[in-house]
Design a protein around this ligand. Structure first.
Ligand SMILES: Nc1ncnc2c1ncn2[C@@H]1O[C@H](COP(=O)(O)OP(=O)(O)OP(=O)(O)O)[C@@H](O)[C@H]1O
Ligand SMILES: [Mg+2]
Length: 290
């Protein structure tokens, strides 16, 4: 999907009349894709005027059903295998929120099946036309299925945490995605930040790295702080919105949702950290070893 403008109405619904598909990906595992996609979906759905579908596309270790405290009978394996329609395979999680569970109790999915993954994205859009937003939580790494599904998404949120290994793997993921489609819409989300300065440092470093070696850099959609509320959310199998609607974490997630639903394509985030033009590449590159 190209970086064309995503028009939305006042409620943040895509006005094209089709669902906006937003994928959450990462090069490294354990960076927060599942908790963020789950909690972003609950916040989007709680607005009351938008229908949301959350898809668990982590084919080997999907666990959104645990976060949502559900034991679904059907899931993505049934849908991808073609033995069920989307409507038959989804589970209701809340008034405006459905989810398509992982393969934990259904047919296995072949992650190398490029054609099957492309077909799945087309069927998701066709049969999911009643949804305003479809959020897809991927497994970590760069499987063929994840790449194809990312190319079929309107927005790809690349999640990273402030660790060198995560930055390196995120670079690898972005490289693979833009090399297979230079027009793909990717946005960088830094999770588990401890300080604003840290977020700014990593943002600048990543931009310098991708601009130097790939000739383009993903816009930064923002950052979320490291917060114990996520541990409590998982332990109680409730979204953070239910645990504390006034928390800093919920505010951060609301800001993220506003960026994802708003008509904003340029660099955007909670923080107005330096734009690509303003970056002092020499400074940012100073401690990057080739
Ligand atoms: N902002 C945060 N603050 C504190 N803990 C967090 C935050 N985001 C995620 N975590 C914790 O990080 C752990 C991993 O989160 P999660 O399972 O969502 O990662 P993931 O990217 O989906 O992992 P995988 O690649 O295995 O699917 C969880 O214990 C979660 O509570
Ligand atoms: Mg996960």
């Amino acid at each position: 999907m190209s970086k064309s403008a995503h028009k939305t109405d006042a409620a943040g619904r895509p006005i094209s009349g089709r669902p906006r598909v937003i994928s959450f990906l990462s090069g490294k595992g354990g960076v927060g894709k599942s908790v963020l996609s789950f909690n972003a979906a609950t916040i989007l759905a709680a607005a009351g005027d938008r229908k949301v579908l959350l898809v668990d596309a982590d084919f080997t270790a999907g666990n959104l059903h645990i976060l949502a405290n559900r034991a679904p009978e059907h899931g993505i394996g049934h849908f991808m295998g073609g033995c069920m329609s989307l409507g038959e395979a989804v589970t209701k999680a809340d008034d405006n929120l459905d989810f398509l569970a992982s393969t934990w109790n259904g047919p296995a999915v072949d992650q190398a099946d490029v054609t099957g993954s492309a077909t799945t994205m087309n069927r998701l859009r066709e049969q999911g036309a009643k949804y305003d937003f479809i959020l897809v939580d991927h497994g970590s790494g760069i499987s063929s299925a994840a790449i194809v599904m990312a190319h079929g998404s309107d927005i790809n949120v690349l999640v990273l945490v402030p660790e060198l290994t995560s930055i390196s793997n995120c670079y690898g993921l972005f490289k693979t995605l833009v090399e297979t489609n230079s027009n793909i819409d990717c946005r960088l989300l830094l999770n588990r930040a401890m300080m604003v300065e840290e977020a700014e440092y990593i943002h600048n470093k990543f931009l310098a790295l991708t601009e130097k070696f790939l000739g383009q850099a993903p816009p930064f959609i923002g950052y979320l702080f490291d917060d114990d509320i996520y541990r409590r959310s998982i332990a109680s199998q409730r979204p953070v919105l239910e645990i504390d609607p006034n928390s800093q974490a919920v505010q951060g997630l609301r800001d993220l949702c506003a960026k994802l639903t708003g008509d904003q394509n340029g660099p955007a985030g909670r923080i107005d950290i330096t734009t690509q033009r303003e970056i002092n590449n020499h400074k940012a590159m100073a401690d990057i070893r080739e």
